[in-house]
Design a protein around this ligand. Structure first.
Ligand SMILES: [Zn+2]
Length: 298
Protein backbone atom coordinates (compact mmCIF):
# COMPACT_ATOMS: atom_id res chain seq x y z
CA UNK A 1 0.00 0.00 0.00
CA UNK A 2 2.95 2.28 0.75
CA UNK A 3 4.14 1.86 -2.86
CA UNK A 4 0.67 1.69 -4.40
CA UNK A 5 -0.46 5.11 -3.16
CA UNK A 6 2.40 7.25 -4.51
CA UNK A 7 3.35 5.11 -7.54
CA UNK A 8 0.05 3.91 -8.94
CA UNK A 9 -2.50 6.36 -7.58
CA UNK A 10 0.14 9.03 -8.12
CA UNK A 11 -0.80 10.75 -4.88
CA UNK A 12 1.56 13.51 -3.87
CA UNK A 13 0.53 15.63 -0.87
CA UNK A 14 2.51 18.58 -2.30
CA UNK A 15 0.54 18.51 -5.55
CA UNK A 16 -3.15 18.81 -6.08
CA UNK A 17 -3.51 15.79 -8.37
CA UNK A 18 -5.97 13.71 -6.31
CA UNK A 19 -8.68 15.19 -4.15
CA UNK A 20 -8.43 12.45 -1.58
CA UNK A 21 -8.62 8.77 -0.76
CA UNK A 22 -9.94 6.58 2.01
CA UNK A 23 -8.97 2.92 2.29
CA UNK A 24 -9.68 0.19 4.83
CA UNK A 25 -7.91 -3.14 5.15
CA UNK A 26 -10.12 -6.18 5.45
CA UNK A 27 -9.61 -9.95 5.64
CA UNK A 28 -11.60 -12.12 3.26
CA UNK A 29 -13.01 -15.56 4.14
CA UNK A 30 -9.67 -17.32 3.77
CA UNK A 31 -7.86 -14.61 5.73
CA UNK A 32 -6.09 -12.75 2.95
CA UNK A 33 -5.74 -9.03 3.62
CA UNK A 34 -7.02 -6.64 0.97
CA UNK A 35 -7.87 -2.96 0.78
CA UNK A 36 -11.18 -1.30 -0.14
CA UNK A 37 -10.63 2.26 -1.29
CA UNK A 38 -12.66 5.29 -2.28
CA UNK A 39 -10.73 7.75 -4.43
CA UNK A 40 -11.87 11.28 -5.20
CA UNK A 41 -10.51 12.19 -8.58
CA UNK A 42 -8.61 15.14 -9.85
CA UNK A 43 -10.57 18.08 -11.15
CA UNK A 44 -12.75 18.66 -8.15
CA UNK A 45 -16.00 18.12 -10.05
CA UNK A 46 -18.70 16.63 -7.88
CA UNK A 47 -21.27 14.29 -9.45
CA UNK A 48 -23.87 17.08 -9.75
CA UNK A 49 -21.43 19.32 -11.57
CA UNK A 50 -20.57 16.46 -13.91
CA UNK A 51 -24.26 15.92 -14.61
CA UNK A 52 -24.87 19.64 -15.09
CA UNK A 53 -21.90 19.97 -17.39
CA UNK A 54 -23.03 16.92 -19.36
CA UNK A 55 -26.54 18.36 -19.74
CA UNK A 56 -25.69 22.04 -20.14
CA UNK A 57 -27.01 23.52 -23.42
CA UNK A 58 -28.12 20.12 -24.64
CA UNK A 59 -24.90 18.57 -23.38
CA UNK A 60 -21.32 19.72 -23.48
CA UNK A 61 -20.24 17.21 -26.11
CA UNK A 62 -16.51 17.78 -25.74
CA UNK A 63 -16.75 17.28 -21.97
CA UNK A 64 -18.79 14.09 -22.37
CA UNK A 65 -16.25 12.74 -24.83
CA UNK A 66 -13.31 13.47 -22.52
CA UNK A 67 -15.06 11.95 -19.51
CA UNK A 68 -15.96 8.76 -21.37
CA UNK A 69 -12.51 8.45 -22.90
CA UNK A 70 -10.81 8.77 -19.54
CA UNK A 71 -13.14 6.22 -17.90
CA UNK A 72 -12.76 3.74 -20.77
CA UNK A 73 -9.01 4.20 -20.49
CA UNK A 74 -9.02 3.57 -16.72
CA UNK A 75 -11.34 0.57 -16.59
CA UNK A 76 -11.36 -2.55 -18.74
CA UNK A 77 -13.63 -5.58 -18.71
CA UNK A 78 -12.62 -8.03 -21.37
CA UNK A 79 -9.86 -10.59 -21.78
CA UNK A 80 -7.17 -9.05 -24.00
CA UNK A 81 -6.34 -11.44 -26.88
CA UNK A 82 -3.52 -13.94 -26.54
CA UNK A 83 -0.82 -12.25 -28.68
CA UNK A 84 0.72 -15.57 -29.73
CA UNK A 85 -0.39 -19.02 -28.61
CA UNK A 86 3.08 -20.47 -29.40
CA UNK A 87 4.97 -17.83 -27.44
CA UNK A 88 5.71 -18.41 -23.78
CA UNK A 89 7.39 -16.13 -21.23
CA UNK A 90 10.29 -17.40 -19.16
CA UNK A 91 7.93 -17.98 -16.25
CA UNK A 92 5.13 -19.26 -18.47
CA UNK A 93 4.65 -22.55 -16.71
CA UNK A 94 3.79 -20.87 -13.43
CA UNK A 95 0.45 -19.42 -12.39
CA UNK A 96 0.56 -15.71 -13.40
CA UNK A 97 -0.42 -14.76 -9.81
CA UNK A 98 2.71 -16.50 -8.49
CA UNK A 99 5.16 -14.52 -10.61
CA UNK A 100 6.08 -10.86 -10.81
CA UNK A 101 5.30 -10.53 -14.50
CA UNK A 102 7.83 -10.65 -17.33
CA UNK A 103 11.39 -11.22 -16.12
CA UNK A 104 14.34 -8.98 -17.10
CA UNK A 105 15.25 -11.69 -19.66
CA UNK A 106 11.72 -11.59 -21.16
CA UNK A 107 11.91 -7.79 -21.21
CA UNK A 108 15.20 -7.77 -23.08
CA UNK A 109 14.26 -10.50 -25.57
CA UNK A 110 10.65 -9.71 -26.30
CA UNK A 111 9.33 -6.82 -24.23
CA UNK A 112 5.95 -6.10 -25.81
CA UNK A 113 5.00 -9.71 -26.51
CA UNK A 114 5.81 -10.91 -22.98
CA UNK A 115 3.92 -7.94 -21.58
CA UNK A 116 0.78 -8.73 -23.61
CA UNK A 117 1.02 -12.42 -22.77
CA UNK A 118 1.29 -11.66 -19.06
CA UNK A 119 -1.77 -9.38 -19.13
CA UNK A 120 -3.81 -11.91 -21.10
CA UNK A 121 -3.04 -14.62 -18.53
CA UNK A 122 -3.65 -12.37 -15.54
CA UNK A 123 -7.09 -11.28 -16.74
CA UNK A 124 -8.07 -14.83 -17.55
CA UNK A 125 -6.85 -16.12 -14.20
CA UNK A 126 -7.89 -13.28 -11.87
CA UNK A 127 -10.76 -11.37 -13.44
CA UNK A 128 -12.86 -13.84 -15.32
CA UNK A 129 -15.75 -15.38 -13.42
CA UNK A 130 -17.37 -18.78 -13.66
CA UNK A 131 -20.51 -19.42 -11.66
CA UNK A 132 -20.39 -21.62 -8.57
CA UNK A 133 -23.28 -22.81 -6.39
CA UNK A 134 -22.40 -19.98 -3.94
CA UNK A 135 -23.36 -17.42 -6.65
CA UNK A 136 -26.96 -18.48 -6.16
CA UNK A 137 -27.01 -19.25 -2.44
CA UNK A 138 -29.71 -16.63 -1.73
CA UNK A 139 -31.88 -17.69 -4.65
CA UNK A 140 -35.21 -19.07 -3.42
CA UNK A 141 -36.06 -20.88 -6.64
CA UNK A 142 -38.60 -20.10 -9.37
CA UNK A 143 -40.43 -17.83 -10.12
CA UNK A 144 -37.59 -15.65 -8.75
CA UNK A 145 -35.05 -15.13 -11.57
CA UNK A 146 -31.81 -17.07 -11.07
CA UNK A 147 -29.24 -14.29 -10.90
CA UNK A 148 -25.58 -14.47 -9.86
CA UNK A 149 -25.26 -12.45 -6.66
CA UNK A 150 -22.00 -10.95 -7.95
CA UNK A 151 -24.06 -9.55 -10.82
CA UNK A 152 -21.93 -11.18 -13.50
CA UNK A 153 -23.80 -12.57 -16.47
CA UNK A 154 -22.94 -13.43 -20.07
CA UNK A 155 -25.81 -11.20 -21.18
CA UNK A 156 -24.51 -8.03 -19.44
CA UNK A 157 -22.92 -6.61 -22.57
CA UNK A 158 -22.85 -2.90 -23.46
CA UNK A 159 -20.77 -2.24 -26.56
CA UNK A 160 -19.97 1.46 -26.01
CA UNK A 161 -20.05 3.88 -23.09
CA UNK A 162 -22.65 6.63 -23.41
CA UNK A 163 -24.44 9.44 -21.62
CA UNK A 164 -28.24 9.52 -21.86
CA UNK A 165 -28.99 12.95 -23.46
CA UNK A 166 -32.22 13.33 -21.44
CA UNK A 167 -31.16 12.30 -17.95
CA UNK A 168 -27.37 12.78 -18.10
CA UNK A 169 -26.97 9.25 -16.79
CA UNK A 170 -23.76 7.49 -17.69
CA UNK A 171 -23.69 3.87 -18.84
CA UNK A 172 -20.24 2.40 -19.15
CA UNK A 173 -19.30 -0.21 -21.70
CA UNK A 174 -19.05 -3.83 -20.71
CA UNK A 175 -17.41 -6.01 -23.34
CA UNK A 176 -17.57 -9.30 -21.45
CA UNK A 177 -20.27 -9.89 -18.84
CA UNK A 178 -18.16 -12.49 -17.03
CA UNK A 179 -15.05 -10.31 -16.59
CA UNK A 180 -14.80 -8.13 -13.49
CA UNK A 181 -13.75 -4.50 -14.06
CA UNK A 182 -10.04 -3.95 -13.73
CA UNK A 183 -7.37 -1.35 -14.28
CA UNK A 184 -4.58 -2.70 -16.46
CA UNK A 185 -1.68 -1.01 -14.64
CA UNK A 186 -2.97 -2.07 -11.23
CA UNK A 187 -3.59 -5.66 -12.29
CA UNK A 188 -0.10 -5.98 -13.74
CA UNK A 189 1.41 -4.56 -10.56
CA UNK A 190 -0.55 -6.44 -7.92
CA UNK A 191 -0.97 -9.77 -9.83
CA UNK A 192 -4.21 -10.66 -8.04
CA UNK A 193 -7.91 -10.12 -8.55
CA UNK A 194 -9.32 -6.62 -8.21
CA UNK A 195 -12.49 -4.65 -8.83
CA UNK A 196 -12.94 -1.00 -9.77
CA UNK A 197 -16.04 1.13 -10.23
CA UNK A 198 -16.78 4.72 -11.17
CA UNK A 199 -19.24 6.47 -8.86
CA UNK A 200 -20.80 9.30 -10.81
CA UNK A 201 -24.33 10.55 -10.29
CA UNK A 202 -27.97 9.54 -10.39
CA UNK A 203 -29.60 6.29 -9.27
CA UNK A 204 -26.47 4.23 -10.10
CA UNK A 205 -24.32 6.30 -7.72
CA UNK A 206 -27.01 6.09 -5.02
CA UNK A 207 -27.15 2.31 -5.41
CA UNK A 208 -23.36 1.99 -5.07
CA UNK A 209 -23.22 4.33 -2.07
CA UNK A 210 -26.01 2.34 -0.42
CA UNK A 211 -24.09 -0.88 -1.07
CA UNK A 212 -20.83 0.53 0.36
CA UNK A 213 -22.53 1.96 3.45
CA UNK A 214 -24.41 -1.26 4.07
CA UNK A 215 -21.25 -3.29 3.56
CA UNK A 216 -18.94 -1.29 5.84
CA UNK A 217 -21.47 -1.15 8.65
CA UNK A 218 -22.36 -4.84 8.56
CA UNK A 219 -21.70 -6.48 11.88
CA UNK A 220 -18.81 -8.92 11.98
CA UNK A 221 -20.49 -10.80 14.80
CA UNK A 222 -23.40 -13.12 14.09
CA UNK A 223 -26.26 -13.01 16.60
CA UNK A 224 -25.99 -16.66 17.67
CA UNK A 225 -22.25 -16.25 18.32
CA UNK A 226 -22.91 -13.12 20.39
CA UNK A 227 -25.60 -14.84 22.49
CA UNK A 228 -23.34 -17.83 23.12
CA UNK A 229 -20.61 -15.43 24.30
CA UNK A 230 -23.05 -13.58 26.58
CA UNK A 231 -24.28 -16.85 28.07
CA UNK A 232 -20.70 -17.85 28.79
CA UNK A 233 -20.00 -14.50 30.47
CA UNK A 234 -23.09 -14.71 32.67
CA UNK A 235 -22.16 -18.26 33.65
CA UNK A 236 -18.63 -17.23 34.61
CA UNK A 237 -19.90 -14.39 36.78
CA UNK A 238 -21.70 -16.93 39.01
CA UNK A 239 -24.87 -16.67 41.06
CA UNK A 240 -25.80 -13.31 42.55
CA UNK A 241 -25.23 -13.24 46.31
CA UNK A 242 -26.75 -10.14 48.04
CA UNK A 243 -24.51 -10.76 51.10
CA UNK A 244 -21.25 -10.26 49.14
CA UNK A 245 -22.15 -8.50 45.89
CA UNK A 246 -22.35 -4.78 45.46
CA UNK A 247 -24.77 -4.15 42.55
CA UNK A 248 -22.63 -1.55 40.75
CA UNK A 249 -19.46 -3.62 40.87
CA UNK A 250 -21.38 -6.67 39.74
CA UNK A 251 -22.85 -4.79 36.76
CA UNK A 252 -19.39 -3.57 35.76
CA UNK A 253 -17.93 -7.05 36.02
CA UNK A 254 -20.76 -8.45 33.92
CA UNK A 255 -20.12 -5.92 31.13
CA UNK A 256 -16.41 -6.62 31.26
CA UNK A 257 -16.88 -10.38 31.06
CA UNK A 258 -19.32 -9.99 28.16
CA UNK A 259 -16.87 -7.82 26.24
CA UNK A 260 -13.99 -10.24 26.84
CA UNK A 261 -15.94 -13.30 25.83
CA UNK A 262 -17.29 -11.60 22.67
CA UNK A 263 -13.78 -10.53 21.65
CA UNK A 264 -12.52 -14.06 22.31
CA UNK A 265 -15.14 -15.44 19.91
CA UNK A 266 -14.00 -13.23 17.01
CA UNK A 267 -12.10 -15.21 14.46
CA UNK A 268 -8.84 -13.63 13.26
CA UNK A 269 -6.71 -14.84 10.39
CA UNK A 270 -2.95 -15.38 10.71
CA UNK A 271 -2.44 -12.46 8.33
CA UNK A 272 -4.49 -10.13 10.55
CA UNK A 273 -2.55 -11.16 13.65
CA UNK A 274 0.81 -10.73 11.90
CA UNK A 275 -0.21 -7.35 10.52
CA UNK A 276 -1.19 -6.22 14.02
CA UNK A 277 2.01 -7.54 15.64
CA UNK A 278 4.14 -5.88 12.95
CA UNK A 279 2.29 -2.63 13.63
CA UNK A 280 1.12 -2.28 10.01
CA UNK A 281 -1.69 0.17 9.32
CA UNK A 282 -5.26 -1.04 8.89
CA UNK A 283 -6.37 2.11 7.05
CA UNK A 284 -4.91 4.57 4.57
CA UNK A 285 -6.28 8.08 4.19
CA UNK A 286 -5.19 11.35 2.64
CA UNK A 287 -7.05 13.44 5.22
CA UNK A 288 -8.29 13.18 8.77
CA UNK A 289 -11.93 12.12 8.74
CA UNK A 290 -14.48 12.65 11.52
CA UNK A 291 -16.80 9.93 12.77
CA UNK A 292 -20.49 10.46 12.26
CA UNK A 293 -22.77 8.51 14.59
CA UNK A 294 -25.69 8.06 12.25
CA UNK A 295 -28.39 7.03 14.72
CA UNK A 296 -27.79 10.03 16.94
CA UNK A 297 -27.52 12.32 13.93
CA UNK A 298 -30.78 11.07 12.48
ZN1 LIG B 1 -21.53 -16.08 -10.55
Amino acid sequence: MKAFIPCILGFDPKQDNLDGFYGCVEAQGRGTLHCHMLIWLEGGLNPNQIKEKALHDGGDVAFQKRLIESLDDTMSNSIPPDPDSEFETELGKFDPCATRGPTPLDQSQNASLSHEKDLHKLVKRCQSHSHHPTCFKYWRGPPEPKECRFDLDEANVVSISMIDPDTGELTLRCLDGLVNNFNQTMLEAICCNMDIKFIGSGPAAKAILYYITDYITKTQLQAHVAYAALELAVGKLGEYDPEIDDVTTRAKRLLQKCAHSIIAKQELSAQQVVSYLMDFEDNFTSHKFKNLYWTGFE
